[in-house]
Design a protein around this ligand. Structure first.
Ligand code: ATP
Ligand code: MG
Length: 137
């Protein structure tokens, strides 16, 4: 069993898509082992996306991530990291495969509805950034 970290981003929460996205997650065999609805501060979003701090899109992207409520999730499944990335689809919805969450819901490359960890180490960092061990069941 593997765990990954996911976010339903502000653009999706704002458009009342949380339930539909959670339904897709559960129907694909992921267990939701932690879940929190919250509003990120700009500083929290900056710390979370620290690897991107030199990128030109960093200021705008972290503002967007803190512009409204999000749903933070820890998902469990065999191959959870790769399988969740696959279900999300490509970063730019224009490149995302049919049937992926980003293809169906994302508005553009920045407002792309969901986040997913990209490796074991980033998954561990991202989970611990928002959840304590006692919040994951
Ligand atoms: P995430 O980390 O959110 O799951 P990702 O791993 O598919 O997305 P990253 O390269 O890590 O993509 O970029 C992080 C986020 O930054 C993207 O999800 C998107 O919201 C935003 N982003 C990435 N590239 C661009 C860009 N060229 N213009 C605007 N925003 C971007
Ligand atoms: Mg990423």
């Amino acid at each position: 069993m593997e765990r990954t970290f996911a976010i339903i981003k502000p653009d999706a929460v704002e458009r009342n898509l949380s339930e539909e996205i959670l339904e897709r997650i559960e129907s694909q065999g992921f267990k939701i082992v932690a879940m929190k609805r919250t509003l990120l501060s700009k500083a929290q979003a900056e710390g979370f996306y620290d690897v991107h701090k030199e990128r030109p899109f960093f200021p705008s992207m972290t503002s967007t991530m803190s512009s409204g409520p999000v749903v933070l999730l820890v998902l469990e499944k065999e191959n959870a990291i790769a399988d969740w990335r696959k279900l999300m689809g490509a970063t730019n919805p224009a490149d995302a495969e049919a049937g992926t969450i980003r293809k169906d819901f994302a508005e553009n490359i920045e407002r792309n509805s969901v986040h997913g960890s990209d490796a074991t180490e980033t998954a561990a960092f991202e989970m611990s950034y928002f959840f304590s061990q006692t919040e994951i069941h």
